[in-house]
Design a protein around this ligand. Sequence first.
Ligand SMILES: Cc1cc2nc3c(=O)[nH]c(=O)nc-3n(C[C@H](O)[C@H](O)[C@H](O)COP(=O)(O)OP(=O)(O)OC[C@H]3O[C@@H](n4cnc5c(N)ncnc54)[C@H](O)[C@@H]3O)c2cc1C
Length: 403
Amino acid sequence: MELPLKPRRALVIGGSVGGLFAAHLLRAAGWDVEVYERAARDLGDRGTGIGTRDELFALMGRIGLAADASIGIGVDGRLGLDRHGATIHDLPVRAVTSAWSRIWRPLRQALPDDCYRTGKTLTRIEQDSEHVSAAFDDGSRAHGDLLVAADGLHSTARAQLLPEVTPGYAGYVAWRGSVETLSPEHAVTMFQRMVFGFPDGELMLSIPMPAPRGGTGRACHFVWFRPVPEGALASLCTDAGGRCHGVSIPPPLIRPELIAALKHDAETLLAPQLAELVHATPQIILQPIFDLKSPRIAFGRVALIGDAAFVARPHVATGVMKAAIDAECLADALAADGDVADALQRYDAQRQPYGAALVARGRHIGAYFAGTHRNQAPSTETLMREYGSAGLVHDRPIVARGA
Ligand SMILES: Cc1cc2nc3c(=O)[nH]c(=O)nc-3n(C[C@H](O)[C@H](O)[C@H](O)COP(=O)(O)OP(=O)(O)OC[C@H]3O[C@@H](n4cnc5c(N)ncnc54)[C@H](O)[C@@H]3O)c2cc1C
């Protein structure tokens, strides 16, 4: 009698959207999967608006999750406003937006609890031609046939495998926030349309999104990109007690005088509709913008996916989407080729050029307002049309997924 084959085992590092898509797709292909997430708490209460594309809903459908209208909301078009609130562009670019939590939560709920370990921080990977193992900061180890590194921008796995690759600062920061209640005068526009403002050398935009906590309500997320020299980041990320938090800072610790200055600038530089968002948001968030490009994303039995592999500037609005399709391409490559290392090479050949093109695309859009291409800057209307056109360059996919 033939013994049934033991399922191959995948270690997935990082339990955010990339790790969860990978876990579901590998389980569906017969792998025994365990996800190791550093955070001890639930991730679902975090996050703001995200852009979506049909492939995201199709992929959720592929893993058996209802991709119904509650995941996203329709956005009716794009409005460009001058400083006084008058319309300068009115573009019929329709879109569907969602909230990060509305993607992450159903993915997490559909994964059995015994496959998802929290409070587990990867410290080191070891591999030979037959196996791979992960060491964690609590002294434990896990062993498998494949390791999927979905551990984000500051990936421990990538730092070990590509120590020379580090995130590059874009030269500007994003001040962000979300609002669920607005004055009746502005609410209809701001909850239905994407709205852009163009202070000199800066970009402000707002995006309607589903209310993060569920239900049918809407919220409005804004992002205001403003140049900041790299040397000034430490000061921005220093709290009122004088402690510098590196290149980010927990939102409640942002110094009150910085928030007061932002609100003052909103009054003087932004259309009233956009300035109201800055005033009404209960919590301003500061996010210096970085991007990252990996020359390789497969290393023997280890694959980098999502933000661990590439991070494009947010103007391509595709972090979740790219992580999901990375996971899908990886699972499909493994299904097509029984040899893990060969399958990972195939995955690398497919997704590395896509990630590199996406980073270039984010830089191209960012150059519009960051001053680097000032003398040849396209019009504000072109910027509005191109903003968020993540997967397309000249209206064609950068790389066909099945290529
Ligand atoms: C909580 C959260 C909220 C977000 N909200 C938004 C949003 O609103 N809009 C948007 O466009 N993008 C958001 N992002 C970023 C966006 O989701 C990413 O582009 C997208 O999530 C890429 O997914 P990822 O799984 O590759 O990486 P990430 O989402 O960055 O997830 C990486 C995961 O790995 C874990 N991790 C890191 N290091 C280790 C380690 N050593 N060991 C184990 N685990 C580790 C992290 O805790 C994290 O959960 C958010 C990311 C996070 C983590």
